[in-house]
Every structure is written in C-alpha cells, then in structure tokens.
Design a protein around this ligand. Structure first.
Ligand code: SF4
Length: 350
C-alpha cells in the first residue's frame, strides 16, 4: 500500500505547476523566489520573480544596485523589509563569501531575512540537504492529516508539526519532498473548503474522516487589525510636486510618498482644511480639492486615506527627506501601491 508521502509525491508529479524557479538549482534564484513567495501568491509573485532575476541575474548585480532600484522593482509586492533584507544579504554574500551562496543550513539561516523555513527550502532544493521546510501549507496538511489540534501559532504546535515533518523528510530527495508537500497544500488541501473527494489521502485523513477540515488547523490568536487615518498632500507648483522619503520603522520604510499627516482618528473636512500642512513654508496656497476616503487593507492594518490637492506658488522644506520632482518623474520612485493607484487615477483624470 502506498504511504502518505508516496501518495503526495504521486499527486505532485501529476499536478505540479511549471514554475520558473523549479527549473534551476541556483541557490541565488531559489532564495529570490522563496523571499518573493513569502506572503505572496504564486500568480502575483511570478512576474516579480522574472523581472527581478532579469534585472539582477547574479548576486553581484543585486549587491551593486541602489536600494531605490531594488525597492522600485519590488513596488506593489508589500512587506518591503523583504526587499531591503535581500539587498543587504546580497552585499554580505559578495563581501564575505566572495559571491558564493553558503551551502550549509546553519550559515544559510544566519543570513538576514532568512528564517527556519527559507533556510530549509534553500538547503533542500539547492543543496539536497534533508531539512524539512514547514510553511503555512505544510502546517495545514500535517495538522489536518494527523489531526493535530494544538494551535499552529503556538510554540508547542510549531514544534509538534516540525517534528512530524522532520520524521517524514527523505535523505534521498529532500528538495522534491518539500516542494511536493508545499504544492499539495497550495493546490489540494486549500485553507477553505478543500476538495477532499478528489484527494488521494481522503481515506486516511483524520480531518476528512471526522468532518473537521474547517476547524483544523487550530489558531489561538486572532490577528489584531489596526486602523489608521492618512492625509496625503498633493502639493504642486506648475510641473513640480513634492515627495517625501518615508523613514522610521513602520510600513513602507524607505519608499517615497506624498507628504503625509497621520491622525489618530478620522478628521472632518473642516479639520482637514484647518490642519497645518506638512510643509509650512509655502506661499499663496490654493486648496483645490479634498478627496473622499480611500480604503487600503494590509494584513494587520486598514488604512483610510484622503488626498488634499494644493497648488502653491512656491514651497520648500528644510527636511532633506522632502524632494521636489517633476510630475512626470514621480513614477520613477518606489511608492506604496495605495499611492500608485491613486496617482495613476489622479493624473489621468486631471
Ligand atoms: S482529505 Fe481533505 S483535509 Fe485531508 S489532506 Fe486531503 S484535502 Fe486535506
């Protein structure tokens, strides 16, 4: 009788997607793909991966690029710390490893931006080392199949599932094994309403047999959602517009944005009109419009943004993070998706 793992292997051979990073054993490209695919669906990540490896075919190309270039290429993918860490790590690999990707699990794990899962994925796929990579897909498959009800977001649950995954991994072909399990979780054992009737594991799967697929995996913490209110200023003077580099440890660090005021609570139109603008030193200000509220949802935050359009005869700021740019050049800067969408609409309508 076929074992649990053999059934998944067979399913994988028959159902796997053709993905560009599956055609390489180059650890650099596998690393790029794994970082892009964190928090990102394959369909969305594919274009980014292709553009990234085309622009930076080797770790030397990535290391010698400017951070702005890297962030611009990442624009729209979110979780920008991933791009900044990739860039930092590429520079370190060039400087301290002569551009050669480390080939043992511990050294890979020590690199910035690489956790247990990514280190195991790179070690197994690029170097054939038997480390079980456990991502969200594998947590789901293992907890459902074996009926693990310890919360998967608790340390106890993580350890329990990692141990089972370690016992299942084969020395013979660990990269194939990890990819087969991940793909099975991504395409067959879906988070919501998996099609258990078409699943080769149905007869022996604990959750399918007990009708618990919608209750396993168990999570103990509900993700807290933070609500934020952003007031962006479109400050124009003839062909120029003001941009601000976003510094500080917050979302979208080092990306550019329109000058921003954040408020603890939602502001009325009168409060917006009376608000001190982020750049005080502009003269002859003409308030042109205030947009309605634009909702932008991130994993842990919901942002309500409004855009205040101002024309000013002249404007400047002593803050070096503010820059005046030609309006037609704003697209050269990496900006958050929220702004990209709004500005695209704004400038094609006006
Ligand atoms: S039978 Fe259903 S719950 Fe069990 S592994 Fe297959 S798809 Fe997942």
């Amino acid at each position: 009788m076929e074992s649990f793992t053999q059934k998944i292997y067979k399913w994988y051979i028959n159902n796997k997607r053709d993905l560009p990073w599956r055609e390489t054993s180059d650890p650099y490209k596998i690393w790029i793909s794994e970082i892009i695919l964190q928090q990102t669906r394959v369909v969305q990540g594919m274009g980014y991966y292709n553009r990234f490896v085309e622009k930076f075919p080797t770790v030397f190309d990535l290391a010698s690029a400017s951070e702005d270039t890297v962030l611009k290429l990442w624009q729209g993918l979110g979780y920008y710390s991933r791009a900044r860490n990739l860039h930092t790590t590429a520079k370190l690999i060039v400087k301290e490893h002569k551009g050669i990707f480390p080939n043992d699990y511990k050294s890979i794990l020590s690199l910035k931006g690489i956790g247990n899962y990514t280190a195991a994925a790179i070690a197994s796929i690029a170097f054939n080392l038997p480390h079980a990579a456990v991502d969200g897909n594998i947590y789901r498959v293992i907890s459902r199949y074996f009926g693990i009800i310890t919360p998967i977001d608790s340390q106890k649950g993580k350890t329990e599932i990692q141990k089972i995954a370690n016992d299942l991994i084969t020395v013979k072909n660990p990269g194939f094994h990890n990819q087969a399990f991940m793909e099975f979780g991504a395409l067959q054992c879906l988070p919501k309403s998996p099609d258990c009737n078409s699943c080769p594991l149905q007869e022996t799967c604990y959750s399918a047999k007990s009708g618990l697929t919608d209750q396993i995996p168990v999570k103990e913490k509900k993700v807290k959602q933070r609500t934020r209110f952003f007031y962006y200023y479109i400050i124009e003077n003839k062909n120029t517009i003001l941009l601000e580099k976003r510094i500080g440890n917050d979302i979208w660090k080092n990306l550019h944005q329109l000058p921003l005021i954040e408020s603890e609570s939602e502001l009325s139109e009168i409060e917006i009109i009376n608000m001190k603008t982020p750049v005080n030193n502009h003269e002859n200000v003409n308030l042109k419009s205030i947009s309605g509220s634009v909702k932008h949802v991130l994993t842990h935050q919901t942002i309500y943004a409004r855009f205040i359009h101002i024309e000013a005869e002249d404007f400047y700021s002593n803050d070096s993070n503010f820059i005046k740019v030609n309006k037609k050049d704003i697209y050269k800067f990496a900006v958050p998706r929220l702004l990209e969408n709004y500005l695209n609409k704004f400038y094609s309508l006006t």
